[in-house]
Write a protein that binds this ligand. Structure first.
Ligand SMILES: C[S@@+](CC[C@H](N)C(=O)[O-])C[C@H]1O[C@@H](n2cnc3c(N)ncnc32)[C@H](O)[C@@H]1O
Length: 279
């Protein structure tokens, strides 16, 4: 399933339109496509941790191919990549996961029964099924408390340690045994918390802003779209701290949210929060 890019007009409004647009989370390439159409003089560097997504984006963006370079990497390694930083106009971080991944057979969604993998990059780390077996009980409790704000986090962690789910269905059975319900919102929260832990999604986010602000040229923009409160808090705090140190200026004094119209057309956008800073 192809992903509908979230807040693409708002993203484009912060792009100045010359030099290089870095799409740090390319997904299926929706934002890059929009930017390449809107700004014919721009080039793009497209990064994603998920090789399959990147391959998909490469095909989709073929018509712009001389203008785009694709790099399979983790955006936390951005400062180490060979990028002509002096030409960078904006970097977009559209975090989390895409509809393409949700509908894959990697166990991201409670809607399909599949093996519990949940890795963005299946070439590194361990699948969720093994992670859940290996993670200590007390750490699992914290994962459910911190990333999903769950009541009965202890009971769920205990049930999962007992059942060792290997598929999405087995994970849902464990949730059902504790909460006596399979409400969509509850399932989504549990799945999201496990995915964040398996991919170590929040690690290194805080230092990334400082590291980038040291190498980006003056005027370059950092655009963040998050879908999870812990992730938004990390970005908000690191931008504030970097502003205090005079490394950048926050352009969104109040967090930006998608319009009602966008949420109506694309419900996946409903939890999106956008923050932008200029170097
Ligand atoms: C919400 S999707 C992006 C969708 C994209 N903007 C589009 O319009 O199709 C998030 C993407 O970020 C990727 N991702 C998540 N963490 C990453 C990381 N640390 N480094 C690079 N890519 C990452 C995921 O694999 C996923 O493809």
């Amino acid at each position: 399933m192809e992903h509908v890019p979230v807040m693409r007009e708002e993203v484009a409004s912060f792009v100045r339109g010359r030099g290089i647009f870095v799409d740090a989370t390319t997904g299926t390439g929706g934002h890059t496509e929009f930017i390449m159409q809107k700004f014919p003089d721009m080039r793009a560097i497209c990064i994603d941790r998920d090789r399959k997504s990147l391959e998909f984006a490469k095909k989709k963006l073929k018509k712009f191919s001389p203008r785009i370079t694709f790099i399979h990497s983790d955006y936390r390694k951005l400062p180490e990549l060979n990028i002509p930083w002096e030409k960078v106009d904006a970097i977009l971080f559209d975090m989390g996961l895409s509809s393409f991944q949700l509908s894959s057979d990697r166990g991201f969604s409670h809607k399909y029964n599949s093996p519990l993998d949940m890795r963005f990059n299946t070439e590194e780390g361990i699948p969720a099924s093994i992670f859940l077996k290996e993670v200590p009980y007390s750490e699992l409790v914290l994962i459910f408390k911190n990333f999903a704000d769950l009541k009965k986090a202890e009971a769920l962690a205990k049930e999962i340690k007992k059942r060792k789910p290997a598929t999405t269905k087995e994970l849902i059975d464990a949730i059902k045994a504790v909460y006596k319900t399979t409400k969509k919102e509850l399932l989504s929260r549990v799945f999201q918390a496990i995915r964040i832990a398996v991919n170590r999604e929040l690690e290194g986010q805080d230092t990334l802003v400082y590291r980038l602000s040291e190498i980006l040229p003056e005027g370059a923009r950092l655009v963040f779209i998050t879908y999870h409160s812990a992730e938004d808090r990390l970005i908000k705090n690191s931008l504030k701290e970097a502003e205090k140190r005079k490394l950048l200026k926050i352009l969104t004094k109040k967090v930006l949210r998608p319009s009602h119209d966008e949420v109506r057309k694309n419900p996946r956008a409903r939890s999106a929060k956008m923050r932008v800073a200029e170097i």
